[in-house]
Ligand binder design. Structure first.
Ligand SMILES: [Zn+2]
Ligand SMILES: [Zn+2]
Length: 124
């Protein structure tokens, strides 16, 4: 079942990503919320919501859930490492918020690279 992850679980990791984005001259888009165990559109229901991958970011401006990042896993450690660093998966999805409309294209690859995960850019 999808539920909102408490901000305290990922605030520090997100701040790290936002600082890296800003330092690289990208506009550090705030995250509206994080859903775990399913898509934010299914919060409060018994459904998981639509999912094709392990995670996705709502990065279309006209999406009422713009700024949400959703994880299929219910485990917060998929987002933040035990030492409090952002996971590659979280950085991957945050890069989608920084590069709306890019898919895994040039702008997205640049974003995930400046966030500190150039290996993600090479995989896609
Ligand atoms: Zn979603
Ligand atoms: Zn992606």
């Amino acid at each position: 079942m999808a539920e909102t992850l408490d901000l305290s679980a990922y605030q520090e990791a997100l701040a790290t990503l936002m600082e890296r984005a800003a330092a690289a001259g990208l506009r550090a888009v705030p995250v509206a919320g994080v859903s775990v165990g399913g898509c934010a559109e299914a919060i409060g229901t018994s459904r998981r919501g639509a999912f094709r991958r392990r995670a996705h970011a709502h990065n279309h401006r006209r999406d009422p859930l713009f700024g949400w990042i959703c994880f299929l896993s219910a485990k917060p450690e998929r987002l933040v490492t035990p030492s409090g660093r952002p996971s590659a998966l979280l950085a991957h999805e945050y890069a989608h918020l920084l590069a709306p409309g890019s898919g895994h294209g040039e702008r997205w690859r640049r974003a995930v690279t400046v966030l500190g995960y150039p290996s993600q850019a090479r995989q896609r």
